[in-house]
Ligand binder design. Structure first.
Ligand code: DGL
Length: 262
């Protein structure tokens, strides 16, 4: 039984890299629904339906634990998956998202005002504000959508990524912390940090491996079911030359393949 990591594209490979570096013994299946990217600019109905298809596919490929690395899919689909889909279709499988681990880290400092930069769908869902307020109702939360960032990162145009990060940074200059609430944004974190030297920038690639290790310690019933063959397989629903290039930068030794399902 594998650990599955799901994203709308290849951005989730960034946290997958952190998982594999920290917990190399497990078997991993990465699945990126690149055919439907970007989720962040789609309707909630579509995001839910694509995410459910991906869950079915990954479960059919023996994933016992799935981490939805995509913030947009976490925002729109995770609650439905946990409360309705899994009990009906796969009661033994666990599916986790990235929002709660991220807000736990974000509130751990002395922050009074927290900024969130994310896709349009994530901001529209207000999931970050809701979850932050569960932990600290008096927090001032500012959520801002940056729809230009994912396309710039996807097209490998890092001069443009820097320009966009600089343009959005002033929104957050009086925040104590800034959550980068999107799979792709760890690739822009240095630009945000350079533009906002006084702000603590919370980046999921730096926190998710620790959170997953902690989860596995607290859930031996799942951990003991995971196989430890050290295998990795990276699949996408649509394979472009660009996707291969991005993946090769992160994992030169592991090819990204077109998935047969989903
Ligand atoms: N994976 C998405 C997220 O984390 C970003 C890319 C997209 O819009 O599909 O929100």
């Amino acid at each position: 039984m594998k650990i599955g990591v799901f994203d709308s594209g290849l951005g989730g490979l960034v946290i997958t890299k952190a998982f594999i570096e920290n917990m190399p013994e497990y078997d991993y299946l990465y699945y990126g629904d690149s055919r439907h990217l970007p989720y962040g600019e789609k309707t909630s109905g579509r995001i839910l339906s694509y995410t459910l298809n991906a869950m079915r596919y990954m479960i059919s490929r023996d994933c016992r634990l799935i981490i939805i690395a995509c913030n947009t899919a976490t925002s729109i689909a995770l609650r439905y998956i946990q409360q309705r889909f899994l009990p009906a279709e796969a009661p033994d499988v666990k599916v986790l998202g990235v929002v709660i681990p991220t807000v736990e880290v974000a509130v751990s400092g002395q922050a009074a005002k927290i900024g969130v930069v994310a896709t349009s769908a994530t901001v529209r869902s207000h999931i970050y504000r809701t979850e932050l307020h569960k932990l600290n109702p008096s927090l001032d939360v500012l959520e801002v959508a940056a729809p230009e960032l994912v396309p710039a990162i996807e097209s490998n145009n890092f001069a443009r990524v820097e320009e966009i990060a600089r343009a959005y940074a002033p929104h957050f200059s009086n925040c104590d912390s800034l959550i980068l609430g999107c799979t792709h944004y760890p690739l822009a974190k240095n630009y945000f940090r350079a533009a906002l030297p006084e702000v603590r920038v919370v980046s999921q690639d730096e926190l998710m491996a620790g959170k997953l290790a902690d989860y596995l310690c607290r859930h031996p019933e799942i951990e003991t079911e995971l196989t430890r063959g050290g295998s990795r397989r990276f699949e996408v629903s649509s394979l472009s030359r660009y996707a291969q290039k991005v993946a090769a930068r992160l994992f030169p030794e592991i090819p990204v393949q077109k998935s047969a399902g989903a």
